[in-house]
Ligand binder design. Structure first.
Ligand code: NDP
Ligand code: DGY
Length: 328
């Protein structure tokens, strides 16, 4: 057992699934301080909470920038985020300070790909509209021209960012009868063979796809990638799906593309900001389906993510190999 002085100070920025908390408690080496709420820690409390910390366990909603790193001070050895995305971390500054970063790749790939397929089908086949019509009495009879949408069979799907999740989405979509699977990225991927993926320039993907699925990471290159020009290259009958990060999309331009009929519909699991204000123009559109960032939200996935995040943190504190370390 460690003495009180030897205990490592750890700040956990939110209530997390018990799988992770149990691991941290059992380790017997952490002086744990938890923002014990389902709501985000206010910035002032975050800055106070991290003071002198050896480790920070954070979420994608916590911006870990120079101010937070300064507030933590020189003890800080590790930041472990309960996410695969790391665009909320000031990576250059973290690297400069020699701090290690843990994250949660792979364990959420299946859940996120599954949700992406669900969102795509819900958007293309107009499920939320249909459910609403059943409830509000709009369903008068079976009508040949009513609530028609778009199907995957014989279609062309374009995936922007064929990474872990992008490939898992492609794998799941192919059996629906997708005819061509196009993808873009920084370079062709050998693993694309598995889904007969064709590496094409972005413009080709946009003009030929019936479904455009965004699954890239948010970087300076992808920020605002889906803008007016982007949507203007898509077919009028095409469906846009984004489960990566909200900032990849220019939402004013998306609103314009959806309301003018430039594209058929959009399904978003991620927005800017999150939550999207309830009076946001996108929420007035029937052809826009918005979900509250639930890509990885299955009980088991969140439990595994929590455990992995805790184990990454402990490895960072003890200077040992992390199960999933972000290579800086
Ligand atoms: P990966 O790193 O495996 O995949 C990211 C992909 O983005 C890579 O293939 C990468 O290509 C590609 N990419 C990077 N820059 C560009 C660019 N300029 N143009 C096109 N593609 C680009 O990560 P994951 O698949 O595990 O996760 C992807 C993202 O999904 C996360 O970063 C996160 O933001 C989001 N996510 C959202 C969830 C949700 O709940 N909605 C759940 C989980 C993740 P390359 O390999 O060539 O660099
Ligand atoms: C991530 O991990 O980056 C997702 O957005 C949430 O699981």
């Amino acid at each position: 057992m460690m003495s009180a002085q030897q205990m490592m100070k750890v700040f956990v920025t939110r209530r997390i699934p018990q799988e992770g908390m149990k691991i941290l408690q059992k380790a017997g080496m952490c002086n744990l301080s938890v923002w014990d709420s389902d709501e985000p820690v206010p910035r002032a409390e975050l800055l106070k909470g991290v003071a002198g910390a050896h480790g920070i366990l954070c979420l994608l909603s916590d911006k870990i920038d120079t101010e937070v790193l300064d507030a933590a001070g020189p003890n800080l050895k590790v930041i472990s985020t309960l996410s695969v995305g790391f665009d909320h971390l000031a990576i250059d500054e973290i690297k400069k300070r020699g701090i290690r970063v843990g994250y949660t790749p792979d364990v959420l790939t299946d859940a996120t790909a599954e949700l992406t397929v669900a969102l795509l089908l819900a958007t293309a086949r107009r499920l939320p509209e249909g459910v609403e019509e059943v409830k509000n009495g709009g369903w008068s009879t079976w009508k040949p021209l009513w609530l028609c949408g778009y199907g995957l069979s014989g279609s062309t799907v374009g995936v922007i960012g064929l990474g872990r999740i992008g490939l898992a989405i492609a794998r799941r979509l192919k059996p629906f009868g997708v005819k061509r699977l196009l993808y873009t990225g920084r370079q062709p991927k050998p693993q694309a063979q598995e889904v007969d993926g064709e590496y094409v320039p972005l413009d080709t993907l946009l003009s030929e796809s019936d479904f455009v699925v965004v699954s890239c990471s948010l970087t300076p290159d992808t920020q605002g990638l889906c803008d007016k020009t982007f949507f203007s290259k898509m077919k009028k009958t095409s469906i846009f799906i984004n489960t990566s990060r909200g900032a990849v999309v220019n939402q004013e331009d998306l609103f314009e593309a959806l309301s003018s009929g430039q594209i058929a519909a959009a399904g978003l699991d991620v927005t800017t900001p999150e939550p999207l204000p309830t009076d946001h123009p996108l929420l007035t559109l029937k052809n826009c389906v918005v979900l509250p960032h639930i890509g990885s939200a299955t009980y088991s996935t969140r439990g595994v993510m929590s455990a992995l995040t805790a184990n990454n943190l402990l490895a960072g504190l003890t200077g040992s190999e992390m199960p999933s370390e972000l290579k800086l």
